[in-house]
Design a protein around this ligand. Structure first.
Ligand SMILES: [Zn+2]
Length: 58
């Protein structure tokens, strides 16, 4: 499998993973739903979610 394809797949996976800013729970959902405010944390019902992809910039 070419490397670029692997990156595209991992990007797609990570772009759909969000982390709750309050309890750090991991949520897999669509970015569209998050921006529409339709997604809440399963544990603490917070809407403060951040994309997991930002974590990988370190
Ligand atoms: Zn939470």
């Amino acid at each position: 499998m070419p490397k670029t394809k692997i990156e595209a797949v991992t990007n797609r996976l990570y772009n759909r993973v969000f982390i709750c800013m309050k309890c750090n729970a991991k949520l897999r959902t669509d970015q569209r739903k998050v921006s529409q405010g339709k997604v809440k944390c399963r544990k603490c019902f917070s809407k403060d979610l951040r994309p997991k992809s930002k974590e990988r910039k370190i």
